[in-house]
Ligand binder design. Sequence first.
Ligand SMILES: *Cc1c(COP(=O)(O)O)cnc(C)c1O
Length: 353
Amino acid sequence: MSKYWSPIVSTLKPYVAGEQPRIANLVKLNTNENPYGPSPRALEAIRHAADDRLRLYPDPSALELRQAIASLHGVNADDVFVGNGSDEVLAHTFMGLLNHEAPLLYPDITYSFYPVYSQLYGIETQQVPLDENFGIRLSDYDQHCGAIILPNPNAPTGIGLPLSEIEALVAAHPDQPVVIDEAYIDFGGDSAIALTRKYPNLLVVQTFSKSRSLAGMRVGFAIGQRPLIDALERVKDSFNSYPLDKLAQVSAKAAIEDVEWFKTCCDRIIASRTRVVSGLEQRGFRVLPSLANFVFATHPDFAGADLAAKLRERAVLVRHFAKPRIDAYLRISIGTEEECDRLIEALDDILAD
Ligand SMILES: *Cc1c(COP(=O)(O)O)cnc(C)c1O
């Protein structure tokens, strides 16, 4: 607290990011980063662009990047909005599309930035409880509301909804914006992007941080029909006209174009996920069915925080959320094959104690 603060500052409850510690030989499975690194073509694009042209402002509309995203997904560049990480895209979405008279609906267990943005922008919300198996039950969203947002697959559960259910939700709420946050869609889910052509109320948000391994560049995007994108652009140009620097624009474009690298890395992560799930189940864990690059798991003999601490002592970092209903669970990102082995070895060591 300080007398210099604007009044709103003391009321904020900021998001707490997973830690980025400097521990030697650390197996870092706490923030869902991609273990395989960006496409070599993205790195080459950065090297190529790192010269004295950086004295110029970047393209404020990131047109070439938007065209690359549009052509990958079969939409027009005008239907694509890009931002400084999907967190920024989401922030503009909350401000520009999700603040209405009736409450915004989202799951009680979900991406923990949603309540933060809601509070920042003074949005009335109604949290909808997941069912007893941590699934999203769409009939629970049949209620008076101003808008809906949910991740598919959901975080931190990793559970995905089939596209038919997403479509049913969007179709059932023609008068409300419905935002699907697809941060983890490339690890086995079905994207709703194609549905944006049919439904004017649907906005789909994705990120380059997970499947494209560019968390350090901060690039995210949204796809929807023009009136939704217009709202985001109006907010963006009232906040920061150049959210994506030059290096972010060129590297993200190259990452989109390197389809082979993308597919290979996603396939390896999916294969490792299968191995981690069976390794955990063999050791007595309950693991929720995951379509993401992480698993959400609990062991009957350990409290979540306790197990996270024991893993940390063995230089394996995972994420624990001290929250009702999920306090016993750990969210474990899928690393390289070697990192997954080290996770399992650390667990064997803990279980043998
Ligand atoms: C990681 C994540 C994001 C944010 O990604 P950035 O593009 O790195 O800001 C958004 N939504 C969910 C559900 C995420 O897990």
